[in-house]
Design a protein around this ligand. Sequence first.
Ligand SMILES: [Mn+2]
Length: 294
Amino acid sequence: MKDIVVIGAAGGYGAPNQSCQDAPEVLRTFGFLDQLRQSGIAYRWDGIVHLQKNHADPLLSVVEMCTLLAEKTRKTLSEGSFPIVVGGDHSCAIGTWSGAKSAIGGRLGLIWIDAHMDSHTFRTSKSHAIHGMPLAALLGYGDERLTHIASPSPKLLPEDVCLIGVRSFEEDEAKLLKRLGVRVFFMEEIRRRGIDAVLEEALSIVDRETAGFGVSIDLDALDPEEEPGVGSPVPGGILKAGLSAALQRLRSEKHLLAIEVVEYNPYLDGKFATARAISDLLAAMAPSQNGPAC
Ligand SMILES: [Mn+2]
């Protein structure tokens, strides 16, 4: 069985409020991932990636974090292990999936579970917050310092990616995804068809012609009534119970390469409901080893 390796990404520079950078430390210190061991998932922490320099420009901070993280993810996958990346704001996805792409060589599939589209560039974004740009960057759009992490080529083809849970977006990013033909499952479709049917179709997209696929979960996809501890809450999200039940089918997916969970804001999570959601979602979908806990 694969070793499961948790990598923390202590980056908050992609968001206006940097609180998410403390998420990996809080989750590790308070043992919120221990439940995984009870579910037969004997993970180990491979440290938390911190910046080695102070940068005045948030873009340079994000580039440094993503470069370090890409190398860790690439190495973890190349060693035959299964990475779980815990952010940080969602800008770390550029690092996680650029690293995954270098490790596998072939086409990478990605399920992007999020309230937002994260498909801005500096040209279209009013806030210039980079956590609103990672999907565009992975598709090859935006500032070259972001799109060229790990390698200069796009990390994802539009036909190999889909978004689930979207309910807050701006016209320019919607236009980009539409022009590229990226499949977006909006909340309305999830309410109409159910999360199980949506996830089944999502899997058929990301697993069709790829060498493997990943899942990036922005916790703001969940309903903030239940899980308030997120970077950018948007009402009317996916209910955790349904999502974790649906995600269980991923446990047996041989082509699942890595998982990422981002945008946990511990300062808005007074009762730790969101921290528990992280461990529930990971326990549902991470490959089970059924071995002794380590
Ligand atoms: Mn996001």
